[in-house]
Design a protein around this ligand. Structure first.
Ligand code: FES
Ligand code: FE2
Length: 370
């Protein structure tokens, strides 16, 4: 038995973390808001599920399952009329709640409904909740919870590893030194905001030797902030900087085929409306982008080739393990079907494990030191 592993309470069997067939029920990004104009309809695939998204006259984005409940035509071939979507094939029309409101060959529409999904827009992005009713808010940074934000997009990226593995990079303290050459000590304090969100804040006092810090040291009193806020195990939000100027970076990822990830970096700052404020925000967002590139350079190599398997956890991996434990407690869904991952209600309230054993073998992390 590995003594270190015992110390850090690493879970024996992982059902969600780094699993190419599971994800946490939550809010996920769909497409940037500016990519969907009024009266436009588009096909999108999110977490293996085929969907259509359209924007009606009222400017609201609406998401349906992709195939028409009549005969299965793809609804992205259809046309937006007012706030409704008409199927291209037999011209059945659905309102924004998915109800069929017109069938041209009948006097009255019949009782049929397209499947719709909760949708929201924030940070210049359209988001989808992958369950019936949203249980949590859109991802937010605690400091900015009640603020309106200005945002800028960084590059969209694809990694060769699972979103969860990308996420832990920001709390993997050992690699700050080995990969990024940051000499300071990091001690993270974790706090669960709710079932789906967790923060890790650096409480170590040193870090004053770092050259960037030295540069700005005369301008602030308290230690520099470095904290992470994770949502649904796949959106990570970084807060970094001295007390007079915090930089905010969101990395929002989705699981794609083969256990890989596609993601988007979004730079954020509190909204300012005056002319000077707008100029200031442009500058801050530009600076945030520069800092982001500086911090993540060299990480892409890791994401390209890693075969994640925490065989030998040590005390320094504690934050990563806390992140994994937090993830394992959340409700997971199956990629593509979006049905419940590990347990399914079959009949009369009976619940049974429907996961196939061979599937489980495919993705289970093993501890060789038992
Ligand atoms: S398949 Fe859509 S109306 Fe017939
Ligand atoms: Fe890194």
């Amino acid at each position: 038995m590995n003594v270190n592993a015992e110390n850090v309470n690493y879970p024996r069997k992982l059902k969600t973390f780094n699993n190419p067939e599971r994800f946490i029920e939550g809010w996920y990004w769909v497409i940037p808001s500016r990519k969907l104009r009024v009266y436009e309809v588009k096909p999108v695939t999110v977490l293996g599920r085929e969907l259509v998204i359209y924007r009606g006259q009222d400017k609201r984005a609406v998401i349906f399952d992709a195939y028409c409940p009549h005969m299965g035509a793809h609804l992205a071939e259809g046309k937006v009329e007012g706030n409704e979507l008409r199927c291209f094939f037999h011209h059945w029309k659905y309102d924004a709640e998915g109800f069929c409101v017109d069938i041209p060959c009948l006097d009255e529409p019949i009782n049929v409904k397209a499947k719709t999904w909760p949708t929201a827009e924030k940070y210049g992005m359209i988001w989808i909740w992958t369950g019936e009713t949203p249980q949590q808010p859109l991802p937010f940074i605690p400091e900015l919870e009640i603020e309106e934000c200005d945002s800028n997009f960084g590059a969209r990226f694809i990694t060769n590893c699972h979103p969860n593995v990308v996420m832990i990079n920001a709390i993997d303290t050992q690699h700050f030194n080995t990969v990024h050459k940051v000499v300071s000590e990091f001690i993270f304090e974790k706090q669960e905001l709710n079932e789906n969100a967790i923060t890790f804040s650096n409480v170590a006092q040193d870090g004053e030797d770092y050259f960037l810090i030295k540069l700005i040291r005369p301008f602030y009193k308290n230690p520099v902030t470095y904290s992470l806020c994770y949502w649904y195990g796949t959106t990570g939000m970084v807060t970094f900087g001295p007390d007079f100027l915090h930089f905010y970076i969101m990395f929002t990822l989705r699981l794609i085929e083969g256990g890989k990830a596609e993601g988007q970096a979004i730079f954020l700052t509190k909204k300012r409306t005056s002319i000077f404020g707008k100029m200031y925000n442009r500058f801050v967002l530009w600076l945030t982008e520069i800092l982001t590139h500086y911090f993540i350079k060299n990480d892409s190599k890791i994401f390209q080739t890693i075969q994640f398997n925490l065989k030998t956890p040590i005390q320094a991996d504690q934050s990563i393990i806390q992140f994994i434990n937090h993830l394992e407690r959340q409700k997971n869904l199956k990629w593509e079907s979006w049905t419940m991952g590990n347990l399914e209600r079959v009949r009369d309230g009976e619940v049974r494990d429907v996961e196939k054993r061979e599937n489980r073998e495919k993705w289970r992390d093993e501890l060789v030191n038992d």
